[in-house]
Design a protein around this ligand. Structure first.
Ligand SMILES: [Zn+2]
Length: 133
């Protein structure tokens, strides 16, 4: 099940991005997955829960957007959606399509964060005062 290693690398990438916002909690991660990335959505959801458990991302929702395969025809310039890679023939002009222009994606589209309670402006952050004995 390669979804587990994918989930783990998403957790890692999101944790890195979220590090720029100290104290913020990740609530939602949106993912774009191409139909050719050979990912089973349910399996990835399941693995996401496992991979995020015990990390700052625990409880964050993973929203997976599945993208259909889109093939581009060089002959007539058409972009068309296909069910599988068996038919790479352009439905408009019948030429063999040049290449797959969408379908292999596996990328983090966005991350939603919950801001921590309003922090004091950093400039005025006082050092802890030690009580005089
Ligand atoms: Zn065509």
């Amino acid at each position: 099940m390669h979804e587990l290693s994918i989930a783990a690398s998403i957790v890692e990438a999101v944790t890195e991005s979220a590090a720029a916002y100290p104290g913020a909690r990740v609530t939602k991660v949106r993912l774009r997955v191409g139909a050719l990335a050979s990912i089973v959505e349910d399996a990835l959801q399941f693995c996401w829960d496992l991979a995020s458990e015990g990390t700052p991302l625990a409880g964050a929702a993973l929203v997976i957007k599945m993208l259909p395969v889109i093939v581009h025809c060089d002959a007539c310039g058409a972009d068309f959606e296909i069910e599988g890679v068996q038919t790479l023939r352009c439905p408009r002009c019948g030429q063999l399509a040049a290449g797959i222009s969408q379908g292999r994606e596996l990328e983090i589209e966005s991350i939603e964060l919950e801001e921590p309670e309003i922090a004091e402006p950093k400039m005025h952050q006082a050092k802890p005062v030690e009580e005089q004995a």
